[in-house]
Ligand binder design. Sequence first.
Ligand code: NAD
Length: 351
Amino acid sequence: MSIFDAPAYDGHELVTFGKDAATGLRAIIAVHSTTLGPAVGGCRMYPYASEEQALDDVLRLSRGMTYKSALAGLPFGGGKSVIIGDPRQDKSIELMQAMGDFIDSQGGRYVAAEDSGTGVEDIRMMAERTPYVSGMDDNEFGGDPSPSTARGVFLAIRTAVKHRLGEDNLQGLRVSIQGLGHVGYYLAGLLVEAGAHVLGADVNADNLRRAVSDHSIEAVATEDILGAEVDVFAPCAMGAILNEKSIPGLRAGIVAGAANNQLASAVDGASLQDRGILYCPDFLINAGGIIDVHHQRVGSAEASKREHILRIEQTLSQVLVDADNSRRQTNTIAEELARNIIGQAAQSLAA
Ligand code: NAD
């Protein structure tokens, strides 16, 4: 298949490749849309098995950012970047500075934030070369957005439980979390505080220990988390976790988590629906982080940020009701809603 026909390409405005022999940088920046504003999105560092895999990932993530910001009512477009490399072995100050140069060369069309494999320290090194970064304490764009992402996912779980089970609270509800990193850790805390019984798994023993010790969750082996008998499964590790292999083994009535691109393909949304599993679209419910970035950028009061994150509940409710009424997939409805928002903005810009 040609790149232009790949579903993830989806009319991207810009895809650019950066290579720096001196530092070993191999990176891709993808800008899906700038209709609503600059393309703000994370910079991921991952040891991709191939350049094709890196390209597919950056395109899928970038498109997801467009939908996410649109549904969250933010003045941002959608973009993402990836660095091909192992974050545990291949990082250096020079590499991150070279990435900063690469981001700078886009002139502000793309603004980078932290993502899997990168953290505040890396963003600071990039910031030595470009102002187009976010997610730093001493920068106008602010600090770690993960607690806000966790809060949005928590609100979504509450909404989905009310919609599907008719329960007003999470007391006694069983929730499994795959991945207890930045978001999963905070999500576990919020759920336990609300009275839920939380089961968690992580390939990183330290992260698992921290969540068990701080929030008294039940540890589950990584290979057992997908099949755990729960009311809600919250994927908070990596993408494409909902696929033809995993879906038949799920024993949750609701899937609602932070991981980006949870559906391996569009077909998997249909498989979930066929199994009667309520899927809360990731790009709708994990917007708390990008909402946080926006409010830090404009210097809002904490209350405005919290009120904005609360709106995830309303948008999700609308999508769940529409999906019930039309018997269509939740992810299809949420994508349509996002495309309508962008289409209307494009029309007003053209007028
Ligand atoms: P993170 O890297 O801090 O945490 C991910 C955790 O998952 C790590 O502890 C890792 O060890 C664990 N993990 C990886 N593979 C696993 C597996 N097979 N089984 C169990 N655990 C596994 O990342 P994060 O910032 O917490 O983000 C989690 C997900 O949410 C990512 O997909 C990210 O793209 C997405 N997301 C994050 C934010 C944010 O604000 N951080 C916002 C939107 C979306």
